[in-house]
Design a protein around this ligand. Structure first.
Ligand code: SAM
Length: 276
């Protein structure tokens, strides 16, 4: 939380929207830093307890009950949005409700790999642009909780082999995670260690295709893939592209949320978009 507060870098008197009130602790810290805080919580019981706690301890934050994905449209423009639940897609209302030059800090949890802190700055023309800055593990925003799911029909898989170790792909580091998530935003990954033999499950969010890659003790690993897409092939290609970029570190990647709300990932420069 401190790392996010440092990223947001609120200025005294600045209006800040917090998404995900929880205990009220972050709202209290933002208020203590001099911000004018509006905080929104989807769970009415949690919101009311936080409201009472903030009042009892003398912190003057406005607590709203509602879906933070909509922001607080009745509350005017904010200088910053501090998000304390993870999102796969940045909801566009957060961009619309932030003044040009204002910042949005959020935990970005893509479908593939680890979560990342993102710091976005809102532009005059209604976009939000910024870099990935570190790791973040937060509970998901309620409306974006999907979770890994395989298509119901998993019969009829094509069986092949791969020399690329699936463990290497999922443990390639934060840069690899960000690159693959950027290139394949709708591919979900579930690494499995339980059976003693590493397996990587892949599925697309559209529910059309899946893959199961099982690590063997040898040089070739076992691949089963089904559906119109060959998801392991796509992930392996994306991984090799990342290797070709000199195994780019996470700090080289960034995000742009466009005027239409569409989110893309880029490498090095916002013009070098890697999202298809
Ligand atoms: C990690 S906690 C936030 C911690 C909080 N900032 C604190 O200082 O205690 C995430 C909170 O986000 C809330 N939440 C989840 N989805 C939400 C949504 N769509 N809108 C608003 N709040 C949401 C959860 O109910 C939970 O209280």
């Amino acid at each position: 939380m401190v790392a996010f507060l440092e990223l947001l870098n609120v200025q005294p008197g600045e209006r800040v929207l917090e998404v995900g009130t929880g205990t009220g602790w972050t709202a209290a810290l933002l208020t203590a830093l001099g911000a004018g805080v509006t905080t929104i919580e989807i769970d009415p019981v949690i919101a009311s307890a936080a409201d009472q706690r903030l009042r009892a301890t003398g912190f003057d934050a406005v607590v709203l009950i509602g879906d933070g994905a909509e922001g607080a449209p009745e509350s005017g423009l904010f200088g910053g949005v501090h998000v304390t639940c993870a999102v796969t897609e940045i909801p566009y209302p957060w961009v619309e409700q932030t003044r040009p030059g204002g910042r949005i800090v959020a935990p970005w949890q893509p479908e593939f790999g680890d979560g990342h802190k993102v710091l976005l700055t809102v532009t005059e023309d209604g976009r939000a642009i910024g870099r990935l800055t570190g790791t973040a593990h937060y509970m998901m925003l309620r409306s974006q909780r999907g979770g890994f799911h395989l298509p119901e029909d998993t019969a009829g898989a094509a069986e092949t082999g791969t020399c690329l170790d699936p463990r290497q792909v999922t443990e390639g580091g934060y840069g690899a995670d960000a690159a693959i998530a950027g290139m394949l935003p709708d591919v979900m990954a579930l690494p499995q260690h339980e059976t003693g033999r590493f397996e990587l499950l892949l599925a697309d969010t559209g529910g059309t295709s899946w893959a199961r890659v099982s690590r063997t003790g040898g040089a070739e690993h076992h691949v089963r893939q089904a559906g119109p897409r060959r998801l392991w092939d796509e992930v392996a290609d994306a991984y090799q592209r990342w290797v070709g970029w000199g195994r780019a570190e996470r700090s080289r990647f960034g995000m742009t949320v466009g005027q239409n709300g569409h989110q893309v990932i880029w490498c090095d420069d916002p013009t070098n978009i890697i999202t298809p």
